[in-house]
Design a binder for this molecule. Structure first.
Ligand SMILES: Nc1ncnc2c1ncn2[C@@H]1O[C@H](COP(=O)(O)OP(=O)(O)OP(=O)(O)O)[C@@H](O)[C@H]1O
Ligand SMILES: [Mg+2]
Length: 328
């Protein structure tokens, strides 16, 4: 049987949602760290190394110094992205199995501001073609057989995840006419949109800041304190996530590192919504919501909704949408 696997492959991490063998809906995360080389270990090619049909070599999921940039538009339709999708499927247990996948594009790439063509169909078709493209495991592992690929925008599905039940009905406290501000603070991009519960977009904007900006600043601040020249990105990301580095509490440093990013986000929100109190609800998602959501809400003087595991909200929301579509 063909399974559905949703993979919200952001610039910092790929978030998968699927049904496990025991029937439960589960999530799995793979960091978006891809090196442009098939790495070798003691057994030969690394288990997460790939050869693409175009002749490219990639290795996913290590603590590499030579990782490619994932926050540029060309990444979205790159062989590196295809390798990350396959590695996420392999780690999620879909090797050798047929799957339908749903992947994502940042809002400002999925939508187009060109009149008469609100959705960027060409880019969506390219992304789909890229995910379906040829790839082999360098180590000879079996890979998932991707038989179809859908593309969703980031942002909006998180709203669906938060405010609707599995049957599509609204959860208590939400009404169809509401205007909801959705703030998705990702690794490198913060997407802000004003949306109604049926998904109609009133306005949206994206700007370049996020948790990885905090991670970089944290590395600069923490390296001298730990007597290091630099802190490897994976270690710094883990520290920002857990509040600990080498078993020491580094929350004060993280707070200092977050300050500028929080200011940027506050300024942008202010520019976009002059009167936050006119909005019915504010939803904050993305890894940045876990890191800074409460402090941002306090600074704005408003109440915000932050779902559990806010970095998984888009992936979960798309899964719910797809299940609902399959039922109707
Ligand atoms: N509880 C947490 N505390 C701090 N940081 C977290 C937490 N959970 C996740 N993160 C971090 O937040 C970052 C952003 O995660 P997210 O999945 O939202 O980004 P992304 O979707 O990959 O990026 P983008 O949307 O910009 O492409 C990641 O680096 C992740 O490690
Ligand atoms: Mg994201």
């Amino acid at each position: 049987m063909t399974s559905l696997v949703v993979i919200d492959e952001g610039s910092a991490q790929a978030k998968a949602t699927y049904r496990a063998e025991n029937g439960a809906i589960v999530t799995h995360v793979v960091p978006s760290r891809v090196a442009e080389q098939a790495k070798v270990d003691i057994n030969g090619y690394s288990g997460s190394a790939y050869f693409t049909e175009e002749g490219g070599e990639y290795t996913v999921n290590g603590d590499f110094d030579d990782i490619i940039r994932t926050n540029i538009p060309s990444y979205q339709t790159s062989e590196a992205n295809r390798a990350l999708v396959h590695e996420t499927l392999r780690q999620s247990g879909f090797a050798g199995r047929p799957v339908r996948v749903a992947v994502t594009l940042p809002m400002n790439q999925f939508f187009s501001k060109v009149q008469g063509a609100p959705i960027n169909q060409k880019l969506i078709a390219n992304k789909k073609r890229n995910v379906l493209g040829g790839i082999k495991s360098a180590a000879g592992h079996q890979l998932a057989e991707i038989i179809d690929c859908k593309v969703y925008p980031e942002g909006i599905p998180a709203l669906f995840d938060t405010i609707r039940n599995d049957d599509g009905s609204l959860k208590p406290g939400f009404e169809e006419g509401m205007k909801i501000l959705v703030v998705d603070i990702g690794g490198t991009t913060t997407d802000v949109s004003v949306v109604t519960p049926d998904g109609t977009i009133e306005s949206y904007d994206s700007f370049s800041t996020g948790v990885l900006t905090v991670v970089e600043r944290f590395s600069e601040l923490a390296a001298p304190e730990f007597g290091l020249k630099r802190i490897p990105r994976a270690l710094a990301e883990e520290a920002v996530k857990t509040g600990r580095l080498k078993n020491m509490n580094v929350s004060e440093l993280i707070q200092r590192a977050s300050r500028n990013v929080m200011q940027t986000i506050l300024r942008e929100l202010e520019a976009m919504v002059s009167t936050p109190s006119l909005l019915d609800k504010i939803l904050m998602v993305g890894g940045g919501a876990a890191l800074m959501g409460r402090d941002l809400a306090e600074a704005m003087g408003v109440e915000v909704l932050i779902p559990e595991q806010p970095d998984m909200a888009i992936s979960r929301g798309i899964y719910k949408l797809e299940m609902l579509k399959a039922r109707s």
